[in-house]
Design a binder for this molecule. Structure first.
Ligand SMILES: *Cc1c(COP(=O)(O)O)cnc(C)c1O
Length: 485
């Protein structure tokens, strides 16, 4: 496909009003000199038809949630109802200026206040800040809160414990907040090695960052024991709740001993993610930490929504208050589902993942053969003897019209060889999931009988197999059957 610049024809343009309808003014008489460019800009000269067709074609080369299933493990790529987008783009929300006097944006503040209250209820925490703009940003905020908490108590603690299965942002956030990161190994069931935790947890350790269910979709049954060990040495328990899909309405992190949590509103709570769009990494804490939250937070006094300034706040973590459209979407989503609906989300996402695990485990050996939560980890290791790697399997999945699952993650040993991590989410129907399962079974046959087919896949996509090293250095795509004039 050509670039729009390559479609440019000198003098061609789109619709324009007749010039003699209006008095003509030279643009240089309207704009100050310093803002005028000397050189002529190389803009494409194309007609309206050219523009519409160009971008419609481009949009069809892509694959998104509106096209089909996107079972990317550890990412919760679920379908997000369009009504949420619609409401988040209402004029009064979109055009509210952050400097507007709070008397005139009471509705927006009410949404922020009520969402914080609902998130507290969902997670079992006491107070939330909606300020952080992403999951990793929420982690940094949470860890800074932990640091300030100990500083305030006059305690010096220099380490944070993080399991080997953690999302890469956990150690990064802790290190940024000035802590030394100490890794805790996993056991063969994919959970925390309790003996090792007992050895590592001491009075120089601020706490443990944990994801539960963890990054391989497994619930750590020892969570109460873990909390006891960390708390017995005066430490705090941090909950990475980027993926809350499996817990909604079933388990509250606050009830299992966590002191600080962050949630990715852009995974579980109805904001699509990927591609760098805005997110929200809301941070919730237990009562004894609430004065350390970023300032300000929205509170209520005499029926009016106001800003409150926590007394020992870590300060601001960004300009203004939050990524507001993300907040509106989360609010609408929770309100439209209600508490029963939220529980159903969790149950359906768990059932869907276990259904896939059960149906596919004969063909792709699971990394951990136990009931999973919202995602399951299979492996393609048996196909190595046919010269087929998991990467080839993933590429072949695209030929059948699905987005491939996450592969080669988790990458910690020893359970992580040739992994395929599937997260169907709650939004796929049984028919779609069955069709995905059939595809995976078919590919397992192909791997044995026609490995070349997989090694050269994908065959039916606009772009074939990329040389991934070259693609990074020279990001220029060549499309197959390129006959676009
Ligand atoms: C996605 C994710 C994060 C990071 O969230 P971002 O918004 O991408 O910064 C952290 N932890 C886990 C477990 C995640 O899945």
């Amino acid at each position: 496909m050509k670039l729009i610049y390559e479609k440019s024809v000198k003098g061609r343009g789109g619709f324009s009003l007749k010039e003699d309808n209006f008095p003509y003014k030279d643009i240089s008489s309207l704009i100050p000199n310093y803002a005028l460019s000397e050189e002529e800009k190389a803009l494409p000269e194309v007609s309206e038809v050219d523009v519409i067709r160009h971008f419609t074609k481009l949009s069809k080369l892509n694959y998104g949630l509106d096209d089909g299933m996107y079972p990317l493990g550890s990412c919760t790529m679920k379908y997000n109802p369009k009504i949420n987008e619609k409401l988040a783009s209402l004029d009064n929300f979109v055009y509210a200026h952050p400097f507007t006097d709070q008397r005139y944006v009471q509705g927006s503040l009410q949404i922020m206040y009520e969402l914080s209250e609902m998130l507290s209820e969902i997670t079992g925490m006491d107070k939330f800040s909606l300020m952080p703009a992403a999951g990793a940003h929420g982690e940094l905020t949470g860890v800074l809160i932990i640091r300030k908490f100990f500083k305030d108590k006059g305690e010096k603690r220099s380490k944070i414990l993080i399991p080997d299965s953690a999302h890469g942002t956990n150690p990064a956030s802790s290190a940024m907040a000035g802590f030394k990161v100490v890794e805790v190994p996993s056991n063969e069931r994919g959970g925390i090695d309790i003996e090792k935790l007992n050895e590592l947890m001491d009075e120089d350790t601020a706490g443990l960052m944990l994801t539960n269910p963890n990054t391989v979709g497994l619930f750590d049954e020892n969570i109460e024991k873990i909390a006891e060990i960390v708390h017995s040495k005066g430490g705090l328990l941090y909950y990475d709740g980027a993926n809350l899909n499996a817990l909604l309405g079933i388990v509250r992190p606050g009830d299992t001993g966590f002191d600080v949590v962050h949630l990715n509103l852009h995974k579980t709570f109805s904001t699509p993610h990927g591609g760098g769009g805005p997110g929200a990494g809301a941070v919730g804490v237990k009562r004894e930490l609430k004065e350390f939250l970023p300032s300000p937070i929205v509170g209520m006094s005499n029926g009016e929504y106001i800003f409150e300034y926590p007394t020992k706040s870590i300060g601001r973590v960004r300009a203004f208050y939050t990524n507001f459209p993300v907040i509106v979407k989360a609010y609408v989503w929770i309100m439209s589902l209600g508490s029963d609906g939220l529980r159903e989300v969790a149950e359906t996402s768990i059932i869907n993942a276990n259904y896939i695990l059960k149906k596919l485990k004969r063909y792709y050996k699971p990394a951990y053969d136990r009931t999973c939560m919202h995602e399951c980890v299979l492996t393609g290791r048996e196909y190595k003897e046919f010269g087929v790697k998991t990467l080839d399997i993933a590429k072949r999945i695209m030929d059948y019209g699905f987005h491939p699952p996450t592969i080669y993650f988790p990458h910690f040993q020893p359970y992580a060889e040739e992994t395929i991590m599937i997260e169907p989410t709650e939004s796929e129907s049984k028919e779609t999931i069955d069709s995905f399962i059939e595809t995976m079974i078919k590919i397992s046959e192909e791997a044995k009988t026609n490995p070349e087919l997989l090694k050269e896949a994908p065959h039916n996509t606009p772009v074939g197999r990329l040389d991934e090293v070259r693609a990074v250095r020279n990001p220029k795509l060549v499309f197959k059957g390129d006959n676009d004039k």
